[in-house]
Ligand binder design. Sequence first.
Ligand code: TXA
Ligand code: MG
Length: 365
Amino acid sequence: MIRGSTIVPERIYTHILAVNPEHPDPDCIDRAAQALRQGQLVAFPTETVYGLGAHAGDVAAVRRVFEVKRRPASDPLIVHIADTSQLTDIACNIPDLAWQLVQHFWPGPLTLVLPRHERIVAEVSAGLTTVAVRMPQHPVAHALLRAACVPIAAPSANLFARPSPTTAQHVLEDLAGQIELVIDAGATTIGVESTVVDLTGAVPVVLRPGGITLEALRAIVPGLAWQARQVKLDHATGVAAPGMFARHYAPRAELLLFVGESEAVVAQMYATGQRLTAEQKQVGILAPAEELADFADIAVHCVSLGSRSDLTEIAAHLFAGMRELDRRGVDVILVRSFDQSGLGLAIWDRLLRATEGKFIRVAAG
Ligand code: TXA
Ligand code: MG
C-alpha cells in the first residue's frame, strides 16, 4: 500500500498460540513448525528473550525478518538448532574449543560465532563468512526447533533498537500485523540475551555479555577476551561524549543512568526526580524493590526490578520495566547501575547501550 510518498506495509493477521511453558501442546507446536517450514515468521519464547523465527534456508523469509524488524541488513542473525548434531550443517572447521563449550553450556544462553558452512545462505550472516549458532534450553523453543526439522534464524522479536521482548505482549507491541504467529508461553526467565562468543579469531572473544557469565566461561576458557568498552567522560558534567555507542535496547523515554555508591545514587535520583517533576515532566523510576519507598513522596511512576540482592531478578525485569514505563508514557526514566560481576555485566552492557554510553557519576555523599 502506498500513501503519499511513504510505503505502508500491508498488515496481516497475527495468530497467537498460548501454550504451557513446560509442556507445550504438540498440536500447537506442529502448527507453528509447519508455518516456519512454509516460510512464515513465528515469534517464540527462549530462556533469554522472545525470538523472531524464520526458516534459515529460505532467503525470502530471512529478508522479511530484517524488513519487519527494520533491522539494518549489515547486522547478522543467530541460527537456532535443536540438537548439537546439527552444528556441522551450519558451521565448518569447528575447533575443539567449540565442542567443549557446547558440552558445558548447550542447551543454554550461549551463542558461538564460527566459520559459516556454504549451505547456510549469506543473508543470514549479513554476508559475513562466519555464522552465529545457538541451541536454546526453553522447552517450547526446543520442541519447535525439533518439530521444524530445519535450522531457524532468529533475532530478538523486537523492532530494531527497542528493548528485547520478554513476553508475547511485548512482541505484539512491536510486530502485531507484521508476522504470522506468536507462541505465548508467558515471561522468559533470564530476560537478557545470550552471550555471544567469537571463535573465529586468534583468541576467543566475547562480543556480547549475556545469560552465561564471563566467570563461567573463563572456568573453561581462561584466555577468553572481553573488551570492556571505554566510556569517555566529560569531566565538567560527568556525562560521556555522545555517539560512543549506537542507541540500542532503548526505551522511547530518555534514560538517565546513575553510577556510584547506592545511598548517594538514590539521593541524586531523588533530587533529579524532584527537579524534573517540577518542570512538568513525567518521570519513571526503575529501581530495586527495596529502594522504591525512597521516592514515595514525589509524583513519579515507580517500577520494581526485583530484589537488589539478586541480579537474576534484576536482569529478568530490566527490559520489561523499560517497556512498562514507556507504556505509562513517561518522558524520562531514572535508573542506577549494579555490580558488574556475574549477570551484572550483561545488565551494565544493556544499560550503557540504552543511553549511548552516557552516565552520571555520583560522588559518595
Ligand atoms: O538470546 C538471544 O541470543 C536471542 C534469542 C532469540 O536467541 N537472540 C538475539 O538475537 O539476541 P539478536 O539478533 O537480537 O542478536 C544477535 C547478536 C547481534 O549482536 C549480532 O550482531 C551478533 O549476535 N551476531 C550474529 N551473527 C554474528 C556473526 N556472524 N558475527 C558476529 N556477531 C554476530
Ligand atoms: Mg536483538
